[in-house]
Design a protein around this ligand. Structure first.
Ligand code: AMP
Length: 512
């Protein structure tokens, strides 16, 4: 089944429902939006000679055109290649070339960046800047007698999802129509039911989780809101929560913290927010507790990765709210339980299931697991082994089926033969009220193999008080040997801390 059928169905059943808003300004109903998708598809097919399976790159900031582009390409049987708008033009060019995109849609600012950098994009021969008269002209001709979405098999590729690339070149994860339909079903089952009055607001990049989550909202003919800022602005979100209401959003943990700070400081009501789904990186216990205190039970956590999009485990709002549960503290530090359509296993080196309490690699099997990496059979064979996706994340189940992530296997520190999970040390350091952010990494050491180093962001902090905090909470060997007080932590374009960059800093210092 083609994902574009979701749009066609919503338009047939609820033609007059509001589909798309720019800020609080209504742009299109479902009938109008679906018609634009069909017209775009007709243009792609007739003028650009797009054939099913062809890739179309989308390199634009969160723009109202994003939805019609996604569904228009699917409608024509194509594959979308959304590219993070924060990438350098050269990085975007790499993805356009790697995917072999037949066409590129971009926005005015990014088109200028392409010109400025003189990037040779093969696909530029067929590029189009959204919002221009030439772009709008594509929608002028009516599609031939209500053209239906192109037939697609469930295992055909729908979305090439380029990994955020914390190391090396980004790889194109091949997500099929089946993968994204299964993700959508799991959203309803394990994350949040969606009603017609709900509104998803795209405050994080469309090219990543926030954009993937458009699907459950199209399926339920709910509203889609593109913020006028095109990004994450806590004050704007609070405004939208008032004017649009029933806001749902996907936010990285750092965004949740900023939103909570803003709501707390401005004493704004939180009742215009329906659901905030967080994930994509560790949410520390201190931060989720505060978020719950300030905004109430509006949160759901998901754990996923591009290779099993948004869908490995979920920690539902009932678990987050159950403060009286004897294991609440452990549970809110966990990533929850396996989502409905996937099997999740903590495996040993051979992939055999480990008993509860033991740490191993997280393995996933089910309909959300990618078809492989685009044009990279070796990387695919490494990630998909014996029927399982090997996530590269380390974790352990408890006896109730809640998974706690330790760290990515490459972030694990081995010091004097003992395993140290940076996340555990980070949780302790964050208990200090003046520690704003922290990242713990290993530094090569001739005596210990590795030693623990903490990079800390905060005001007026002394190593002694942090050391005392650690001594009171964790084994002595896990304490950082060194503290580095820094103004900020290096992050990638999705706001994830780049531990590789921190290790490089330490490595360079050691070799000079
Ligand atoms: P990406 O493919 O860019 O979405 O990155 C996926 C990775 O982010 C996962 O493999 C995890 O290492 C991390 N991640 C995702 N969700 C969570 C979560 N809820 N808690 C901790 N780490 C997470």
């Amino acid at each position: 089944m083609n994902l574009a059928q979701l749009m066609a169905r919503s338009a047939r059943v609820f033609p007059d429902r509001a589909a798309l808003l720019h800020g609080d300004r209504a742009l299109f109903t479902y009938r109008e939006l679906a018609e634009r998708c069909a017209r775009l598809a007709a243009h792609l097919t007739s003028a650009l000679k797009l054939v099913p399976g062809d890739r179309v790159a989308l390199w634009l900031t969160n723009h109202p055109a994003y939805l019609e582009l996604l569904y228009g390409v699917w409608w024509a049987g194509g594959v979308v290649v959304p590219i993070n708008a924060k990438l350098h033009a050269k990085e975007a060019a790499y993805i356009v070339d790697d995917s072999g995109a037949a066409a590129l849609f971009t926005d005015a600012d990014l088109a200028e960046a392409i010109d400025r950098e003189g990037v040779p994009l093969a696909a530029l021969r067929r590029s189009m800047v959204v919002g221009t008269p030439a772009y709008e002209a594509m929608f002028a001709a009516p599609p031939e007698a209500s053209m239906a979405p192109e037939e697609r098999a469930a295992d055909d590729i729908a979305w090439l999802f380029y990994t955020s690339g914390t190391t090396g070149r980004p790889k194109g994860v091949m997500l099929t129509h089946r993968n994204l339909l299964a993700m959508t079903a799991c959203y309803f089952a394990d994350v949040d039911p969606v009603g017609a009055e709900d509104a998803i607001v795209y405050a994080a990049p469309f090219s990543h989780g926030a954009g993937l989550y458009n699907l459950p909202f199209v399926a339920r003919a709910a509203r889609h809101v593109v913020p006028v800022s095109g990004g994450f602005d806590p004050a704007e979100l609070v405004e939208l929560s008032r004017s649009v209401g029933r806001l749902c959003l996907f936010a990285a943990p750092t965004m949740v913290r900023r939103l909570v700070d803003h709501i707390d400081a401005s004493a704004s009501p939180a009742d215009g927010f329906k659901t905030i789904v967080y994930g994509g990186g560790p949410m520390y216990v201190r931060d989720i507790q505060r978020a719950l205190e300030v905004m109430g039970p509006r949160f759901v956590q998901i754990y996923g990765q591009g290779e099993s999009p948004m869908t490995i485990t979920a920690l539902g709002r009932e678990h987050l709210a159950a403060a009286a549960h004897p294991r609440w503290q452990e549970r809110i530090a966990s990533v929850g339980v396996a989502q409905m359509l996937v099997e999740v296993r903590v495996g040993d080196g051979e992939g055999r299931a480990l008993p509860a309490g033991e740490v191993g690699e997280v393995l996933v099997r089910g309909d959300t697991v990618m078809a492989g990496y685009w044009g990279a059979p070796e990387a695919t064979a490494k990630a998909l082994r014996a029927g399982w996706l090997w996530t590269g994340d380390l974790g352990a189940f408890d006896g109730d089926g809640f998974l706690t992530l330790k760290d990515r296997s490459k972030d694990l520190i081995i010091s004097g033969g003992s395993n140290i999970y940076p996340r555990e040390v980070e949780e302790v350091l964050l208990r200090h009220p003046r520690v704003r952010e922290v990242a713990v990494v290993g530094q090569a050491d001739p005596e210990w193999g590795e030693i623990v180093v903490a990079f800390v962001v905060g005001d007026g902090l002394a190593a002694e008080e942090l050391d005392a905090l650690c001594l009171a909470a964790i084994a002595r060997f896990k304490r950082p040997k060194h503290y580095r007080f820094v103004d900020q932590l290096p992050k990638n374009n999705y706001g994830k801390v780049l531990k590789t960059a921190l290790r490089e800093v330490l490595g360079k210092e050691a070799s000079t």
